[in-house]
Design a protein around this ligand. Structure first.
Ligand SMILES: *[C@@H]1O[C@H](CO)[C@@H](O)[C@H](O)[C@H]1NC(C)=O
Ligand SMILES: *[C@@H]1O[C@H](CO)[C@@H](O)[C@H](O)[C@H]1NC(C)=O
Length: 282
């Protein structure tokens, strides 16, 4: 747990890291109050090997309903929204549970699932600004979860020090302040701990897409084994454009994950404009 420091200078609240391109400053709050961030550690993971988005239509199965567009992906399950170039996304919010996993029979362990919220990465395929939680389940059913953020194609950072457990409620709030600067806030609602990253010099955003996704990600060029997971809700979630337009899940592309054999592994089910659930298909 973070200890609450009552009187502290601003400099010691802040941990700072610089990579080749982007730079960021991070701070920690406990129950809404600034606390010491010195034990916060960001562990970089190469972007090409981890959590890279790789969405593609499968088997030409596209059909539109009145409300939502159904599409298929090899590694994404969830909702993807788009906005006009003239009014890009400025904020995306997601409130969801850290994936709570059980072993998928007939698949080697360990198994995984990542849940995240992001801007771009769909129609805009040059960059993706995202934050979320990855859970791993090992052969005896034990789980561990970790929080992370990434501004693809830059490195992904595991947020060492923000403790998360499978099933914890997590909120992610990403604000694109410009095409290359953003504020990401990831909070474990269970523990009341939140981490804020203020990022500059990021890869140029298009701000055309917003996503709420469960992912079977790639590691070292290989897709990891997807676990079964408890129903994963995104609640009270949505996006806002620069012009102040609120966007929910109505009319979103609802993305189903389908493997090479055509088997559907998970599906999003619409509930209303600000809530939907992702269901595992064992
Ligand atoms: C990215 O999008 C561009 C323009 O729509 C397209 O030509 C290109 O093939 C896409 N790249 C990938 C890797 O999907
Ligand atoms: C999201 O974060 C921004 C600051 O970056 C803040 O202004 C806004 O109120 C936050 N939204 C919510 C719903 O907490």
């Amino acid at each position: 747990m973070w200890s609450v420091v009552r009187s502290i200078s601003l400099a010691s609240l802040v941990a700072s890291t610089v990579t080749a391109q982007l730079s960021f400053v991070a701070s920690v709050k406990q129950d809404g109050k600034d606390v010491d961030a010195s034990s916060l550690n960001f562990v970089p993971i190469p972007p090409l090997g981890h959590r890279r988005h790789w969405t593609r239509p499968r088997r030409g199965e596209h059909r539109a309903t009145e409300r939502d567009v159904v599409s298929y992906s090899s590694n994404w399950c969830g909702a993807s929204q788009h906005t006009a170039e003239s009014d890009g996304f400025s904020n995306v919010l997601g409130y969801f549970t850290a994936p709570d996993l059980t072993l998928r029979p007939g698949t080697p362990a360990p198994q995984f699932a990542a849940a995240w919220v992001g801007i771009d990465g769909a129609e805009c395929n040059t960059t993706l600004l995202q934050a979320g939680v990855t859970t791993i389940v090992n052969s005896n059913g034990g789980q561990s979860a970790s929080a992370w953020w990434e501004w693809y194609p830059e490195a992904s950072f595991t947020i060492d020090g923000l403790k998360v457990k499978a099933g914890d409620w997590i909120s992610v709030n990403i604000t694109a302040k410009s095409e290359s600067s953003a504020v990401l806030i990831i909070e474990n609602k269970q523990s009341g701990t939140s981490v804020t990253m203020e990022v500059n010099n990021g890869p140029k955003l298009c701000r055309r897409d917003a996503e709420w996704i469960l992912e079977d990600f790639y590691e070292s060029g290989q897709q990891v084994a997807l676990a079964n997971f408890a129903d994963l809700w995104f609640v009270d979630s949505g996006a806002t454009t620069v012009g102040g337009k609120k966007v929910g899940f109505d009319g979103a592309a609802m993305v189903h994950m389908q493997n090479e054999d055509g088997k559907v592994l998970c599906s999003p089910e619409p509930y209303d404009n600000s809530n939907f659930v992702i269901v595992s298909q064992p």
